[in-house]
Design a protein around this ligand. Structure first.
Ligand code: UPG
Length: 381
């Protein structure tokens, strides 16, 4: 089956890393059409997945856009719609991986008469999207998409609550190449030595720097933990959140934590770093649609504490495969960090159980099989 995948981003966010794994089995016969240049294109090329940037103009519509701004920007999308429609004629199916890809993909699907599948990586709630953008996403999905793949039960539920048709959505979790998390790690002691953190209790945070990802919660929690406890913040601001980055640096300075917080920026090898951490913290302040980092930490065998909201609740069984703390609850997070610091054996037992379970639950081969079944069904209609 020939598939035209569409993604708006040139940056490497979770939706893009997920798409890369989904597209791999189709690399002989697919095209990933991007709406921006960037690192994602390079990664796809490295993986020998055909890729083309279909748009040379940045698209200005944002998650929080209102109706007037939205309509005002439709004009700039016309050349892109035309190009996607032309391109789609050589493929059997359009697979939209992001919201802007849904907008373009839906119109092109009507014009090219190719079926559309929408992979929903977001929770369509007021926490994340303007009312206009929620309405656009749900209306286009209902009218134009043959099938919707939601990345968690939470994303599926929010979609239905926003008016989405329940009978056309299935939940498929992100899949992971589980062997990669065992095999390709550099030695943890080498990494800790290189970073000068051998004697520390290291709490890793792996996410783009963005207010709702809650790096500030971990920094604040650190102030309630003893000195050997430190944080590694891995990730960069991908969508222009420079004010937040500045705010984080000021917070570290104000709390006197300068030597206990390291900003590592975006790293392509997160596996080695995660394996070198004593604990991984997920601190999103709004419900996380899925939470790749939680599963990745589990696969690495590193204990994980996550925010009890959205997809994270589906991934972590409290006190069995990790810990859950209420969103924004600094004291609760600090308590878990201190508990893991004081009882590393218990933390390791829990991490081991999580590793065993996640290798079964999030196996990429099984996930690819589920996706392929959906695509075959849609393609044969
Ligand atoms: N990552 C890197 N390098 C870094 C920092 C992060 O490779 O320096 C990776 C990280 O390991 C993870 C990904 O980036 O694999 C980020 O994942 P996540 O925070 O889950 O993704 P989002 O960008 O927020 O993407 C959306 C949803 C999220 C869901 C994901 C896939 O918000 O909940 O897990 O899509 O469906």
């Amino acid at each position: 089956m020939k598939i035209l995948f569409l993604d708006q981003s040139g940056n490497l966010g979770g939706a893009e890393l997920c798409l890369m794994d989904i597209a791999k089995p189709y690399r002989e016969d697919c095209l990933v059409g991007l709406f921006a240049e960037g690192e994602f294109k390079k990664l796809l090329e490295d993986e020998q997945i055909p890729v083309k940037v279909l748009n040379q103009q940045p698209i200005e519509i944002r998650k929080e856009s209102g109706v007037v701004q939205g309509i005002g920007q439709i004009g700039q999308l016309l050349p892109l719609i035309q190009q996607v429609t032309q391109t789609a004629k050589a493929y059997d199916l359009i697979y939209a991986n992001t919201q802007k890809a849904l907008v373009i993909g839906a119109i092109s699907s009507l014009l090219s008469r190719r079926p559309l599948v929408y992979h929903l990586h977001d929770i369509l709630s007021v926490d994340h999207f303007s009312r206009t953008n929620r309405w656009i996403a749900v209306t286009l999905a209902n009218r134009c998409a043959s099938w919707i793949i939601a990345n968690s039960e939470s994303s599926r539920t929010a979609f239905i609550e926003a008016g989405g048709k329940a009978e056309r959505v299935s939940v498929v979790y992100n899949g992971f190449d589980v062997e990669k998390y065992q095999a390709s790690r550099r030695s943890s002691s080498e990494i800790r030595q290189a970073l000068g953190i051998e004697q520390k209790f290291v709490v890793g945070h792996f996410s783009r720097l963005s207010p709702w990802k809650g790096q500030h919660i971990l920094i604040e929690a650190l102030a309630h933990c003893p000195d050997p406890v430190m944080a590694l913040l891995v990730g960069d601001a991908l969508f222009g959140e420079q004010d937040y980055v500045e705010q984080l640096h000021q917070q570290v300075h104000a709390l006197g934590l300068g030597d206990r917080v390291k900003f590592l920026g975006f790293q392509s090898d997160v596996i080695s770093l995660m394996a070198a951490c004593d604990l991984v913290a997920h601190t999103s302040t709004a419900p996380e649609p899925f939470g790749r980092v939680i599963v990745e930490a589990m696969l690495c065998g590193t204990p994980v504490v996550a925010t009890a909201a959205g997809g994270a609740i589906e991934l972590v069984q409290p006190n069995q495969t990790g810990w859950l703390t209420p969103p924004g609850d600094v004291q609760a997070l600090a308590a878990v960090v201190n508990q893991c610091h004081h009882s590393p054996e218990t933390a390791q037992t829990i991490a081991h159980a999580a590793q065993e379970q996640s290798r079964q639950r999030f196996n990429l081969e099984e996930v690819s099989r589920q996706i392929h079944e959906i695509l075959l069904r849609v393609g044969s209609r």
